[in-house]
Design a protein around this ligand. Structure first.
Ligand code: NAD
Length: 480
């Protein structure tokens, strides 16, 4: 069986403790490779390599750094097919999704920050007759990047690319559930000519390798995307060490549909925003609020379309949904369907496993699920399920839907469907979210701030925000 390796100091190597853990293929439920179960010893080796590399990388001209990162982006593009297949196999997502979203977006993340750094400028503040201040923006040194399993390479690159572009050396850990494309990234980094030790990729469990990254005194900042509970733990651990923290956490996003929306566009986008990637995108709209005058019409058409959505093996070109990421996650999502029933909800469609023909009968497939009849403040409507499950709830007024939308501990994103311009702006202004889409979903401009409020996180990724996070400002005053 294939054994993946860590990537430290520009070379692939086994974990110091020699321990490995199994990696499952969600489409079949079978183990298909093993990954290092790294610990503090591997983190120490990576930090030593990064310390040696930092003077080289941080003092390299911006043009040279940019050229290497452009090559890295092109290297992923050149291996598109290999990355797409690996991502789909590791995560269970349809091949078509990895081909159209995950891997192309990882390519553009590297390309964006490789070129953004060419245009990044720091400020100067003139004091008339007194002197001038200028602000240097220096790389932090060694930084830690920890990412989740839902959009593996895409979210990994969203952190690594700005960290490297800003001149830092990186110790990165992908999710132990989806390690494969991060493993492949080491080869691309070698081919692109990234100096040894600039990017170190460690595999293993959060409680061991991840924890050792968070606790290492020489790692100056942690950029983390994952669950809110893990984010809380990381904040508690890293804050007394005065590390910079960027935390992108969970969500329970509202999708608010007014009667005056563009029906066709709303319907097709709502199907995607509910179930893309098996509902495992932090930005999915899992709470659908529908104005009462169109509630029955919406329910009928939506449920009929969801019921006929194809759940199939990720390689099947007709698959709209593949497998969810793990057995544990499948069980968690199903337990929420049971909870919804206990809370008085009615399952309108779905709510059960899909069993494919052999040899995929043990794969983690779930039918997309729509539930109605729940109170806005019940657990099903308040807690993150992170699977192909949505609830639908009618509303009568803007005030009422705002109250329900803002009632959770989360505040990542929101979608609004209306043709009333004033209402769109009014609602966007009032809603508790870091990202609001009006008559759209998942449209991405890499220059915009990305992140959430409340329990959805602290800090922003994207554009200059990311480059600011990965640099330290130093003000210098010169007297006239
Ligand atoms: P998770 O928190 O379990 O794990 C995320 C990463 O953290 C993994 O690499 C894991 O190994 C590591 N980790 C776990 N415990 C750790 C510890 N004690 N110290 C250091 N690292 C540790 O999350 P997950 O299940 O992989 O991902 C799903 C979650 O991610 C959902 O809550 C989802 O909303 C969230 N998410 C948020 C965003 C966003 O941008 N806000 C994007 C994608 C996913």
């Amino acid at each position: 069986m294939e054994k993946l390796q860590n990537f430290i100091d520009g070379k692939y190597c086994a974990p110091a403790n020699g321990n490995y853990i199994d990696n499952y293929e969600p489409a079949s439920g079978m183990v298909y490779c093993q990954i290092p179960n790294s610990d503090a010893e591997d983190v120490e080796l990576a930090v030593k390599a990064a310390e040696r590399a930092f003077p080289i990388w941080s003092k390299m001209s911006i043009d040279e750094r940019s050229a290497i990162l452009v090559k890295l982006s092109q290297g992923i593009e050149a291996r598109m097919d290999e990355f797409v297949k690996a991502e789909s196999r590791d995560n269970g997502k349809p091949l078509s999704l990895a081909a159209h979203v995950d891997i192309p977006r990882a390519v553009s993340n590297f390309h964006f920050f490789a070129t953004a750094i060419l245009h990044y400028a720091s400020e100067s503040h003139n004091m008339e007759g007194v002197g001038v201040n200028y602000t240097l923006r220096k790389p932090l040194g060694i930084v830690g990047c920890i990412s989740p399993w839902n959009l593996p390479l895409y979210l990994f690159s969203w952190k690594i690319a700005p960290a490297l572009a800003a001149g830092n050396c990186v110790i990165a850990k992908p999710s132990e559930v989806t390690p494969y494309t991060a493993y492949l990234l080491g080869k691309v980094a070698q081919e692109a000519g990234l100096p040894d030790g600039v990017l170190n990729i460690l595999h293993g469990e959060g409680g061991a390798a991840g924890d050792a990254i968070v606790k290492h005194p020489k790692i100056k900042a942690i950029s983390f995307t994952g669950g809110t509970k893990t984010g809380e733990y990381i904040a508690r651990t890293a804050a007394p060490m005065f590390k910079k923290l960027s935390l992108e956490l969970g969500g329970k996003n509202p999708n608010i549909i007014f009667a005056d929306c563009d029906w066709k566009e709303m319907m097709s986008t709502t199907l995607r925003s509910s179930f893309a990637n098996q509902g495992q995108i932090c930005l999915c709209g899992s709470r659908i609020f529908v104005e009462r005058s169109i509630y029955d019409k919406f329910k009928e058409e939506f449920v009929q379309k969801v019921a006929s959505t194809v759940v199939a093996h990720p390689d099947d070109p007709t698959a709209k949904l593949g497998a969810v990421v793990s057995k544990m996650h499948l069980e968690k999502v199903l337990s929420y369907v049971e909870l919804a029933k206990e809370e008085g909800g009615t399952v309108l469609t779905g709510g059960e496993r899909v069993v494919l023909d052999a040899p995929y009968e043990n794969g983690y497939y779930l039918r997309p699920t729509v539930i109605e009849g729940l109170a806005y403040d019940c657990r099903t409507n308040q807690e993150e399920i992170f699977g192909p499950v949505v609830t639908i709830t009618p509303f009568d007024s803007e005030e009422e839907v705002l109250m329900m939308a803002n009632s959770t501990q989360y505040g990542l994103s929101a979608t609004l469907w209306t043709s009333n311009l004033q209402r769109a702006h009014r609602m966007a202004n009032e809603i508790d979210a870091g990202i609001v889409w009006i008559n759209a979903w998942l449209v991405r401009d890499l220059r915009t701030p990305f992140g959430g409020v409340k329990a959805s996180g602290v800090g922003r990724e994207g554009g200059w925000e990311a480059l600011r996070f990965f640099t330290e400002p130093k003000n210098v005053f010169v007297k006239y």
